[in-house]
Design a protein around this ligand. Structure first.
Ligand code: SAM
Length: 300
């Protein structure tokens, strides 16, 4: 299994990507992330559905109702195996709120489009399930990747993933991870960052763990969360960013919050200028009508 994953990873590294669009040219690469992170992804839950994938797997009753639903909708569920159909069900059914994970191909395209030079330092202010790390460290530009992730178990897994990534290609990069929330100031990063990019938590839309380090648990009211999490995070990023450097964020509004406008107001007030707003079109659930925006800010 590991050697097959290494082949996929090396293939991704060798592939030249067309950075003028965000289409996903290499779908195999998600197998790598699934291998390292799927159990943690399955434990997390989004407000898109009632149960997490893990809730379904651990309950005989829920699992059999999922399997019989798949059986009755064979025209829709046409994957090669039951397991693959179940994975599809987790993504598409309104019964299950599977959390999304940013696509590593799109992440790498974003980095190569916005910092197309050797040795740039990238800051990921919410690592999540490894997709931006994989994208950054699979580029010929030999980026340095710095990330923060407060969820302990996920942080430990990211360390294992980082060492696997560097071992499979024996790349030289000054990458490191911090087991911290992005609102905590890290003096070592001041003036070091060429580009920051993440897909941060959308307040309480997705729940990953019950730990008090999670931003929406620490600040349970939206406006309090904006003040203490988003403002402090963007202020830190501003200070970490080199003059002329970029701050990127992938956001989505939900039924209840207008995070895109709020993030823009905060970033402008802190001193960034808004350079561009792009749309990222990916496969979406039928229950979710919102659209992802990539905001691009600059420190002038
Ligand atoms: C990457 S974000 C959102 C994932 C998004 N659904 C996507 O498409 O990529 C998820 C991560 O934010 C992390 N997180 C929670 N509180 C945080 C904080 N205070 N600072 C930084 N990251 C945090 C969670 O632990 C989780 O791993």
């Amino acid at each position: 299994m590991e050697s097959r994953l290494e082949d996929i990873r090396i293939g991704f590294y060798k592939k030249q990507l067309d950075v003028t669009n965000f289409s996903i040219e290499n779908r195999n690469i998600s197998k790598v992330l699934n291998h390292f992170f799927e159990d943690l992804i399955y434990r997390a839950k989004s407000k898109n559905g009632k149960y997490s994938p893990q809730d379904v797997i651990s309950s005989d009753e829920l699992l059999s109702s999922a399997l019989s639903y798949i059986d009755q909708h064979r025209d829709f569920y046409q994957q090669k195996s039951d397991v693959a159909n179940l994975r599809d069900f987790f993504f598409s059914s309104s019964m299950v709120g599977k959390v999304t994970n940013f696509n590593p191909v799109i992440a790498r395209k974003i980095f190569e489009r916005y910092v197309p030079f050797h040795g740039a330092t990238i800051f990921d202010y919410s690592c999540g399930f490894g997709s931006r790390m994989l994208g950054a460290l699979s580029s010929k530009f030999n980026y340095n990747y710095i990330g923060v992730e407060p969820y302990d178990e996920l942080y430990q897994r990211l360390l294992i993933f980082l060492s696997w990534i560097t071992r499979t290609l024996s790349i030289q990069s000054e990458s490191c991870l911090y087991n911290l929330g992005s609102e905590i100031f890290i003096p070592d990063l001041v003036g070091k960052i060429d580009l920051s990019f993440s897909s941060p938590p959308y307040f309480n839309y997705e729940t990953y763990t019950n730990s008090s380090t999670q931003s929406y648990i620490r600040y349970p009211k939206y406006y309090e969360w904006l003040e203490n999490f988003v403002v402090e995070t963007v202020k830190n990023i501003y200070v970490y960013t080199k003059k002329g450097g970029l701050h990127l964020v992938n956001l989505e509004d939900t039924k209840k919050i207008r995070l895109i406008d709020d993030w823009i107001k905060i970033a402008l007030a802190i001193g960034f200028s808004l350079e561009q707003v792009e749309e990222i079109r990916t496969r979406r659930r039928t229950t979710n009508k919102n659209c992802n925006k990539l905001l691009v800010f600059k420190k002038k």
